[in-house]
Write a protein that binds this ligand. Structure first.
Ligand code: SF4
Length: 282
């Protein structure tokens, strides 16, 4: 369909008082060759919308609304059979720059040029049906990854869980105590991941790769092609969604010599303290 570009410049919300709307209109018509350019005191009101609708009835089909943020009045400027490009003169230009200033006017001109270019070139994409894969890839077999895998499997999805270490559990598996998770929240609780690990490894919907890394991910939501490397071999499969639960790495405390690390034996990291507790040395 041949495009008929129509530009509408709102003068409300300080726009008309801060910009030379006549000069802006010339940018639309003389420079950008828009078929129509009109301004209005309040484009979002009934009279402003009716003005646009009349042009649509007469063949305008690529609309540029130079007014407020596209997050505002979104539905108000949607018209059947048309694409509407929004140019944010209010928040991006007049509310954030000096009014009636040469640079502010130039900024408005540029935003309008870009809006008209989008209106000329953008097309509504043809709709198509994509095959959506329902398998969930969980990267990381710590508490977060295992919980995500169990929840997804419990909701009926197939899950592939990839863990870099040879065992599930992550950092939490190395710690002895954790913050209390149940009332009255006074005593630390022992970390016991065994039931959760068993639940993951025995779940028929969860395929676990241990000692494995994700080598490649291509594609898009619903259609991710994944390659996993494990024990010298590689497995490739498709998933629809990916949960990144890759955890954290301890900071290199050797960079904190100014805090006494490496010089004072009693200055240790939280991980080293957890290891002391787990080994029973404190
Ligand atoms: S809300 Fe938007 S369309 Fe309505 S008067 Fe203000 S700038 Fe114009």
């Amino acid at each position: 369909m041949e495009k008929k570009v129509a530009v509408y410049i709102c003068k409300g919300c300080d726009i008309g008082a801060s910009l030379d709307v006549g000069a802006l209109s010339k940018v639309a018509t003389d420079e950008c060759n828009a078929a129509i350019c009109r301004d209005h005191e309040c484009l979002c009101g009934d009279a402003g919308r009716e003005m646009i609708k009349q042009d649509v009835r007469e063949g305008a089909n690529a609309l540029v609304v130079a007014a407020c943020s596209p997050r505002f009045m979104t539905d108000v400027f949607m018209f059947d059979g048309c694409r509407t490009e929004r140019v944010n003169l209010r928040e991006h230009v007049v509310w954030s720059h000096e009014p009636n200033d040469e640079d502010t006017q130039m900024l408005a001109d540029d935003y309008l040029r870009m809006g008209v270019a989008r209106a000329k070139k953008a097309e509504v994409p043809d709709s198509f049906e994509a095959e959506i894969n329902k398998t969930v890839l969980v990267v990381g077999g710590g508490v977060t990854g295992m919980t995500a895998a169990l929840d997804a499997a419990g909701a009926g999805y197939e899950v592939v869980l990839v863990e870099r270490e040879e065992e599930l559990g992550g950092w939490a598996g190395k710690f002895k105590y954790r913050f209390p998770l149940s009332a009255p929240y006074r005593e630390l609780e022992l970390v016991d991941l065994k039931p959760r690990i068993e639940a993951v490894e025995s779940n028929e919907r969860i395929k676990v790769y241990k000692g494995a890394t994700v080598g490649r991910i291509d594609g898009q939501p619903g259609q991710f092609d994944v390659a996993v490397k494990a024990n010298g071999s590689s497995a490739e499969f498709r998933v629809g969604a990916i949960v990144q639960a890759t955890g954290w790495k301890p900071y290199d405390a050797s960079k904190l010599g100014h805090l006494g690390y490496g010089r004072c034996p009693n200055v240790i990291t939280n991980v080293e303290m957890e290891e002391l507790i787990a080994s029973g040395r404190i």
